[in-house]
Design a protein around this ligand. Sequence first.
Ligand code: KIV
Length: 278
Amino acid sequence: MKNTAATLLAQKQAGDRITMLTAYDYTTARIEDECGVNSILVGDSLGMVMLGYENTLPVTMEDMIHHTAAVSRGAKNAFVVADMPFMSYQTSVYDAVVNAGRLVKEGGAHAVKLEGGAEVCAQIKAIVDSSIPVVAHLGLTPQSVNAFGGFKVQGKTFERAKQIVDDAMKIQEAGACAVVLECVPAKLAEIITARLTIPTIGIGAGAGCDGQVLVYQDMLGLTTGHTPKFAKKFAEVGMLMRQGFTEYIKETKAGNFPAEEHTFAIDSDIIERIKAGE
Ligand code: KIV
């Protein structure tokens, strides 16, 4: 069944938890889709996990369109949400609508995601008025890493917790179809989830959200170095890849690969004639 903004809302209403995973390429999107994930997020986290940047700030519209188009070709049923990269919507409402439109027209996205609360409500409303569903993103919004002074849990003081709750109400009023809550205390996410009619999708925000999202490299054990506390490892794919690559190198160097079954045969008389220089 095709997932849409409406099916995610129906899931919230039915208490059926929403599953969302990131993907950035055709093959991964196809596998996630075949496994039945409700939604695929083409996150600007691709800046780190696919392109090797330190954070999401250098990611461009061209990067997002390129990866979103690949994911869209692989996702048959999942609701494809594309991140709006840094400075593609903060600059003006006009830029926000034009760039959201490009992610849909050129990338095949079903919805866009942008970070922020009250300060981006005009952008959310204008994009939604252009018939493009918008997923909001509150709490730890990685595009504000320099303003936050690092990747830190948000909403631990009364003032900040209240601001996140108020922002959640405002983005809903502006027309957002769902909101990602990143790195906020679980009890705060529960309150927001109960107050909103739109679904909340948590990452580091506890089980009280209407759904969960994870960066697939984190949950498959592909990330090296620091992985966030909330990123449960569901498989050790990185280890399997290392085993496979190491074995390939070993067998190739030893001359054991390719074996006969990996080669193509030819009639021996043709070989004789070639050898004879015919
Ligand atoms: O870019 C991304 O992958 C995200 C998730 C962490 C929610 O925004």
